[in-house]
Design a protein around this ligand. Structure first.
Ligand SMILES: [Fe+2]
Ligand SMILES: [Fe+2]
Length: 296
């Protein structure tokens, strides 16, 4: 049986991945992570979800070291998936990316300028800005980027705006990562104040995390490549080969909901027995909540 759901369906659905850190040519990240395989596994799970996606978003650190071959590999892996999903692709750079080889390989542009984009999907605006500061690992925007963003946001979009920024503008627990965070958060907050921005999708922390910037929710997607071990003391920065994940972002008319989806396919089983499902089919729709929710 397929329940239609007692709440309205989201207006838009996004798959948000981050920190693929692709290495081409068979190299392994930290000596043991097969980054192309991680991305393939993640995208297989995105496709297996059966969702109708409006956009696939990858929020930076696309390549591990700005290698042109890694960007070509990204296209090779991602483009057929996007084609099958029939959705838009939104990419942005991170501190591990290098703008010129990234722009050349991904967009055919020989440029050091940030490749900032505006994508409209059925009235939802997705703005992606490259928060990498050339030559550094911390993040931020140039004056020109702030001016561009403010101009774009002067006009509201029908369903509002989702911002994609690699460096998450929230305070993460790791003192090491705080040295590499977004600079400056106050300026970004004031630019976004009073605009139609409804959520910020970020990465960089290699961990699933949530926070707010002013009143705007920030959803941080855990790394596709590797994860920061939150079970370790905060002054250590320990990578862990799992639990890699991506975020399912559902945009409703009145809220934005983020749900974490693991990259690894774990053992699953039907949480409801066939008998229960068959019985529920016989219950009229208006009675299902009472019947299903009642403790027995
Ligand atoms: Fe990263
Ligand atoms: Fe990063």
């Amino acid at each position: 049986m397929a329940f239609s759901g007692s709440r309205p369906a989201p207006t838009h659905v996004l798959a948000h991945l981050s920190d693929t850190h692709l290495i081409a040519g068979g190299g392994l990240l930290a000596g043991h992570i097969d980054t192309p395989e991680q991305l393939r596994k993640a995208l297989a799970r995105v496709e297996a979800s059966g969702e109708t996606f409006d956009a696939l978003v990858i929020s930076g650190d696309l390549a591990d070291s700005g290698d042109p071959a890694a960007y070509a590999l990204l296209r090779e892996i991602v483009d057929p998936v996007v084609e099958r999903l029939g959705c838009d692709l939104v990419l942005t750079g991170g501190n591990h990316d290098e703008r010129r080889p990234m722009s050349l390989a991904l967009y055919g542009e020989d440029s050091d300028d940030p490749h900032d984009t505006v994508t409209f999907v059925r009235g939802l605006r997705i703005i992606a800005l490259d928060s990498a500061v050339p030559g550094f690992h911390h993040g931020g925007f140039s004056d020109a980027q702030y001016a561009w963003l403010a101009r774009e946001l002067e006009t509201a979009a029908e369903h509002g705006t989702i911002l994609v920024i690699h460096h998450a503008p929230i305070t993460y627990r790791s003192p090491v990562m705080q040295l590499l965070d977004f600079d400056d958060v106050d300026r970004l907050r004031s630019v976004l104040d009073g605009t139609d921005v409804r959520a910020i999708l970020s990465g960089h922390l290699h961990v699933t995390s949530f926070g707010t910037l002013g009143g705007i929710p920030v959803f941080v997607a855990g790394g596709i490549s590797y994860v920061d071990d939150v079970g370790a003391p905060r002054d250590l920065l320990m990578g862990v080969d799992g639990p890699q994940s991506w975020n399912l972002i559902e945009v409703h008319t009145d809220q934005v909901v983020g749900t974490v989806a693991p990259v690894e396919q774990h053992k699953t089983w039907p949480a409801l027995s066939e008998a229960v499902m068959e019985f529920m089919e016989t219950v009229p729709e208006q009675d299902r909540r009472t019947v299903f929710s009642t403790k027995r």
